[in-house]
Ligand binder design. Structure first.
Ligand SMILES: Cc1cc2nc3c(=O)[nH]c(=O)nc-3n(C[C@H](O)[C@H](O)[C@H](O)COP(=O)(O)O)c2cc1C
Length: 357
């Protein structure tokens, strides 16, 4: 018996497996992981944040980041013919520059979140470049699509809906995160499908909805597809792959994490984030953290004078395995990770589970 799982189509790009590997900064999802996912039948994503030797470069911040991203994109393209997306946080002071670089390097899928990407179409007006805003509610979907319609006469090419169990920065308040069940993906999906209907009618095409945050098994994926999602975005599971670009110590933190080690933090970005409790977080709690010296303003929302730590530096440290000084972002399900596998094995396991479900 052959069972076909639904493919995922965004514009003229179709992949056989409806899974997008979520962008993971800093330096967690680069050319190695993203190309492996694209080769295995999904969409791989490179996180554009914090690339290049920004610590020693000090000046020419934009050029250093942009050159490093271009290099990474070329590397990915040399490893796969499959689709690669770039994830660009809207709060980056050089977001515009990174989008321009991505498009110049032939990237056709731009994902943007960590604030409502209301001006994204202005930053990437090119035809044939697909824009995927990240939202966390039906209301946010409506605001983004209404603004894009009014200002730019265009709509999203797909929407990524990130729930409260996701990793990295979260689009929910600390108060909301105390009751994540109120914002489960199963509740968010119908709300978003309803919110996008008027725009699908007006623009005469489907806006694929991709669900993210706590999607762990093929059964989770099958349930969301049945409920009307066009695909899922997953990140935590891809950390535990051989191809993931981050230091093995970072992966080890996932393997060793227990449920009680997964905590919410206040990030200098101005949003809550989810991370694994470690020496760095303990030092932070007890005030034993180096003072910030910020030669560049990488985040437009960072209050350098009052920020307790430099998040860019803390994420760079963990990406190279310095766990004492490193912040380890993770999804709520990181404690379920118990082995490192290849991307091919992980994708095959998920497909088999989707078929079985
Ligand atoms: C280590 C890590 C880093 C992340 N960095 C980013 C990022 O730079 N930009 C972003 O939009 N999302 C980021 N995310 C969120 C993921 O792209 C994804 O949407 C989310 O984690 C999905 O939930 P899951 O981890 O439960 O699969 C990050 C997640 C993790 C685990």
């Amino acid at each position: 018996m052959t069972i076909k799982i639904p493919s995922l189509t965004i514009g003229d790009i179709t992949v056989p497996i409806p899974i997008i590997q979520g962008g993971m900064g800093v330096r967690v999802s680069l050319s190695g992981l993203s190309s492996a996912v694209a080769n295995a039948g999904g969409i791989g994503t490179i996180a554009a944040v914090g690339l290049g030797d920004v610590i020693t470069a000090k000046s020419d911040f934009e050029k250093v980041c942009s050159d490093a991203l271009a290099l990474e994109l070329r590397k990915a393209k040399s490893l796969t013919d499959g689709p690669i997306a770039v994830n660009i946080l809207g709060v980056l002071s050089n977001a515009k520059d990174l989008i321009r670089t991505s498009i110049r390097e032939g990237i056709r899928l731009i994902v943007s979140g960590a604030s409502l990407p209301l001006r994204l179409p202005e930053l990437s007006p090119d035809e044939g470049v697909y824009l995927l805003p990240i939202v966390s509610s039906g209301r946010a979907a409506d605001i983004v699509l209404r603004t894009w319609d009014k200002r730019y006469g265009r709509t999203a090419d797909a929407l990524i809906v990130e729930g409260p169990l996701a990793g990295g920065h979260l689009g929910f308040s600390m108060e909301q995160l105390k009751t994540p069940e109120k914002y489960s993906l199963d509740l968010l999906l119908p709300e978003v499908l309803e919110a996008i209907k008027p725009f699908e009618d007006k623009f005469g095409r489907k806006i694929p909805v991709i669900m993210a945050g706590g999607v762990y098994t093929g059964a989770d994926i099958a349930r969301l597809l049945r409920a009307g999602a066009s695909g899922v975005q997953m990140a935590t599971r891809f950390v535990a792959t051989h191809e993931c670009d981050v230091d093995p110590e970072f992966k080890r933190a996932f393997l060793e994490a227990k449920e009680e080690d997964i905590v919410l933090i206040k990030s200098p970005v101005g949003l809550p984030g989810r991370a694994i409790r470690n020496q760095f977080l303990e030092n932070l709690e007890s005030g034993r953290i180096d003072k910030i010296r910020c030669p560049y303003r990488c985040l437009s929302t960072c209050e350098v004078a009052t920020a307790k730590y430099c998040i860019a530096l803390a994420l760079i440290n963990s990406s190279v395995g310095d766990m004492e000084k490193g912040l380890v972002f993770c999804g709520q399900n990181a404690y379920r990770v118990d082995k490192i596998v290849s991307v091919k094995e992980l994708m095959a396991e998920l497909v088999a589970e989707i078929e079985a479900a």
